[in-house]
Design a protein around this ligand. Structure first.
Ligand code: DX5
Ligand code: ZN
Length: 220
């Protein structure tokens, strides 16, 4: 059975108590950190100085999700500050392969993210250059939106390509993941699940355990 990961998003945490909020998700696999620039997406969150402090105090490794333009300029800095993985959007990099190689050279895992409207086909042949592929299951920008089940054919398509190429790239879903939707995504081939409001909307440790249990029922 494929290993599965639960990555809570601190976008739904209390930003004035980040250290305590990070401690509350210590039983998760990675902490998902949403970086937004009010340009690539219509919302603004945080940048390198805050992510650097999160890296310094987090009990679990950082899964940085860059929803920013000009990823070529900014992504390597997140790898340098110690993030475990750095994911950028396909449209945000002039040369996605060159950027993935820079991220890997620094020592982080490289991730490629696809918005709901992004066709996966041109990127399937690039899969060997990446450690994870993120299929967005909401329009990026905000937490608390509804899961887009119509992204499952795209996820299946990517899972198929991964199997065909014999890769161990992680397949991540982000947006609207709850105990009710996580199984649908796992069934379609996801192994890494981001959840913001579903985790921080209750007792995080309990929510993480419930998400794990629900995902495991549908693991491949
Ligand atoms: C949305 C972010 C997500 C967000 C998910 O643009 O990329 O990571 O935090 O939040 P939920 O789980 O509430 O949909
Ligand atoms: Zn995210």
């Amino acid at each position: 059975m494929t290993a599965q990961r639960i990555n809570p998003s601190i976008l739904s945490a209390d930003f004035v108590n980040l250290q305590a909020e990070l401690e509350r998700i210590a039983s998760a696999d990675l902490v998902h950190v949403d970086v937004m620039d009010n340009h690539f997406v219509p919302n603004l969150t945080m940048g390198p100085p805050i992510v650097e402090r999160i890296q310094a105090v987090s009990p679990i490794p950082l899964d940085v999700h860059l929803m920013i333009a000009d990823a070529d300029r900014w992504a390597p800095g997140y790898a340098e500050l110690g993030a475990f993985s750095v994911t950028f959007h396909a449209e945000a990099a002039a040369d996605p392969v060159a950027l993935a190689r820079r991220i890997r050279d620094i020592g982080a895992r490289a991730g490629l993210a696809l918005k709901p409207g992004t066709d996966p086909e041109p990127y399937l042949e690039l899969l060997p250059e990446f450690d994870q592929l993120l299929v967005m299951t909401v329009e990026p920008g905000f937490g608390g939106q509804s899961f887009m089940a119509d992204m499952m054919p795209k996820l299946r398509r990517v899972a198929e390509a991964k199997a065909r190429l014999g890769l161990d790239v992680w397949l991540q879903v982000d947006g609207g993941i709850t105990v009710d939707t996580i199984g649908i995504a796992a069934e379609a081939g996801a192994d890494t699940f981001v959840a913001g409001s579903a985790v921080y909307g209750g007792v995080p440790e309990e929510r993480i355990a419930q998400l794990r249990e629900a995902a495991a029922l549908h693991a491949h």
